[in-house]
Write a protein that binds this ligand. Sequence first.
Ligand SMILES: [Zn+2]
Length: 344
Amino acid sequence: MRATVMYGAGDVRIENVPDPKIIEATDAVIRVTRACICGSDLWPYQKMERSDTGRVMGHEAIGVVEDVGAEVRTIKRDDLVIMPFAFSDGTCAFCHDGLQTSCIHGGFFGTTEVAGAQAEAVRIPLADGTLFPVDADADEALLASLLTLSDVMGTGHHAAIIARVAPGKSVAVVGDGAVGLCGVIAAKRLGAEQIIILGRHADRVALAKDFGATDVVSERGEGAMERVRELTGGYGVHSVLECVGLESAVNTAISIARPGGAVGRVGVPQEQTIPGSEPAFYNNVTVGGGPAPVRAYIEELLPDVLEGNIQPGRVFDRNVGLDGVPDGYRAMNERKAIKVMVTP
Ligand SMILES: [Zn+2]
């Protein structure tokens, strides 16, 4: 089959690789209906060390089940399924807590250990715990929104939950990528009254407003801090969704939270230490977050997607075949595309 293999920074190739097969009795193999490129794929795209073997990329997909192992019970051939970016057994203590990204038998797709989904097909470990079957006749728009439940919509929702977004609260979203935009959807859905998007790309900001953003702050650093204070009566916001991962973004996030507020971090951190220690401490700002247990959130978010109450699939502004994936990485890296969908 054909798949996307990354060999180093900026080096993404479409190659023939062996077809995925059932290895463990708990595996499934899905034929990928739609996959996509993630903002977090841009970190290796910018920094990955050269590798001779390469890495099959992609951790977001929806697909149709082609084959299941002998011990798979709930997932059946021909099911339309959402593949969360992490696989999980669904039975351990952390899965029971709804934190499938910490599953003791789990792991992540698109790593050097487990091949990714920017490909024609993908092997799914622990299929019963991992995959979420969807009983729907999906048109193109619905497929796009279902695809976001494999990562970005669930991740934006996680940031909002960790940041304690609630009815009537003020919220700021740091980052205008697909996760930030989904964070706006999540904040609105959870009843936030004021939603400030920190971003500077006209197309993204326009979409954020469509999704429910009430204010736009295009300044950065100190300037952003001042603008958010102005917009919140001098206090700062109750909840901040940090959807970038860079030190500067985390600093901004902590500095715009009001005393007693909370920051939900979902941007993959690019540093070892958490910045903003002093302002976080003196303002009693809670800082939390991590890889979103999107598997747990599908249940909550799916009905709103199926009913069209939220349309996170609108974050995709480009759809390519596998041959278009290397260009798709370039476009996202140069901020010429918000999020690229892949139809293998
Ligand atoms: Zn588990």
